[in-house]
Design a protein around this ligand. Structure first.
Ligand code: FNR
Length: 396
């Protein structure tokens, strides 16, 4: 199996995030690619997220001395090389060997934050061993004592920023996962299909499933005693989403976390204000990448109103559908301080590991710089709706 080469029917050097998406589709078993690529129900929100950027036009300006374009920015007291954060993405260690460690290395190299998911393959401690800083994302699970344990582990590992994801009191159904036998309703046919899918991707099987072991949920091994498959972990996680959560619980969490607190999954300006009132240092305007409530608008469409209401009382991060540096510039022009990318880094990791993630960050950086230069701005804090052509209310 040593001689198994990586499939690359593109036969070109990947130039864009959509090229990386194609490479990921070739390298990963179908069920895993669909898990990353898909959204809930009819995938309408997923599509809205992507296409919202097409509806925002930039204004070309000339002769403004753009020889000093710089993407550096400040976020929550941290200096970032560009306003980009690697979003928490579950199961990354299934996309490439020890995937979270590889993605963290790329983020560290580019001096931007990496956020570790609760449901990562590599544990908090495995990342801490690299001596590179990272953020931690928490789902408030029913077992509150385990949630506190996770917070303490993150603290001990030196994490100073917690991302609390609040848009999963129940799980949005993803049809692709059901069809691929990835959801809980197992059938014999489903198991056979999964086995064939895996066997027909020997590159992945050898490099990730075999060489990348153990494929367990690194942060949850203590919670799910005796678990010996990812399915066992998944059923525990599915049973732990807490539909009874309220703002009271957020208050409880604020009291247990002294570091920076970011609330992820806000799509409404009243909710945004409430989050600020309870002490959030930042919010993430997010619809979970179109993976939860299908039918909500694109995140970019709700951003201007939320930014107006928040009026700089806390930082605003936006995610959903970002596939280029131009998208990032548009999001900042409409009120975001920074953007999280999810699938963009997951595709790159699946395609080429750390090197792929680094390349995607390089691509985003170059594209941002060019968009800034051609709209006539030199600094991130000069990016506002004056660089947009026409009114921002064109998105809806
Ligand atoms: C996610 N997302 C997510 N969010 C979170 O808070 N915890 C998690 O474990 C995960 N897991 C996860 C897995 C996969 C495969 C995807 C695609 C997404 C949501 C993620 O953080 C982010 O909100 C979206 O991915 C942003 O949309 P784009 O950039 O993927 O379009």
């Amino acid at each position: 199996p040593m001689s198994i080469t990586a499939p690359n029917s593109l036969n070109i050097a990947p130039a864009s995030i959509s090229d990386y998406r194609q490479l990921a589709a070739q390298r990963l078993p179908r069920q895993l690619f669909d898990y990353i690529d898909g959204g809930s129900y009819q995938e309408i929100t997923l599509q809205q997220n992507l296409h919202a950027y097409d509806k925002v036009a930039l204004k070309q300006r000339i002769l403004r001395d753009v020889s000093q374009v710089n993407t550096r920015t400040q976020l929550l007291g941290q200096s970032l090389a560009m306003p980009v954060i690697l979003a928490p993405v579950g199961l990354a260690g299934c996309y490439a060997k020890r995937g979270e460690v590889q993605a963290l290395a790329a983020a560290h190299h580019y001096n931007i934050p990496f956020c570790l998911s609760t449901v990562s393959i590599c544990s908090i401690e495995e990342l801490a061993k690299t001596q590179q800083n990272f953020w931690f994302q928490l789902y408030v699970i029913k077992d509150r004592s385990y949630a506190i344990k996770l917070l303490n582990r993150a603290k001990k590992a030196g994490c100073n920023t917690l991302v609390l994801t609040v848009d999963l009191p129940v799980l949005g159904e993803r049809y692709r996962d059901i069809r691929n036998g990835l959801s809980m309703n197992k059938s014999v046919i489903g198991s056979i299909k999964r086995a064939i899918d895996i066997a027909s991707h020997p590159y992945w099987l050898w490099n990730v499933a075999i060489k990348g072991k153990p494929l367990v949920f690194g942060n949850l091994t203590e919670a799910v005693a005796g678990a010996n498959s990812l399915d066992d972990f998944k059923s525990w996680v599915d049973s732990q989403f807490d539909a009874s959560m309220t703002w009271q619980d957020l208050k409880w969490l604020r009291d247990h976390w002294q570091g920076k607190l970011i609330i992820k999954g806000i799509m409404d300006s009243e909710d945004a204000q409430q989050a600020v009132a309870l002490g959030a240092d930042a919010i993430v305007v997010s619809n979970h990448g179109g993976r939860q409530l299908d039918g909500v608008p694109a995140t970019l469409a709700v951003l201007p109103e939320i930014a107006q209401v928040i009026n700089k009382q806390c930082s605003i991060i936006l995610d959903g559908g970002i596939r280029s540096g131009l998208d990032i510039v548009k999001a900042i022009a409409l009120g975001a301080d920074a953007c999280m990318i999810g699938r963009a880094w997951a595709y790159a990791l699946a395609a080429k590991g750390e090197q792929g993630v680094s390349h995607v960050l390089q691509i985003l950086h170059n594209e941002m710089q060019t968009a800034m230069a051609l709209t006539g701005v030199n600094q991130v804090d000069e990016i506002n709706d004056k660089i947009l052509f026409g009114k921002s209310n064109k998105i809806s």
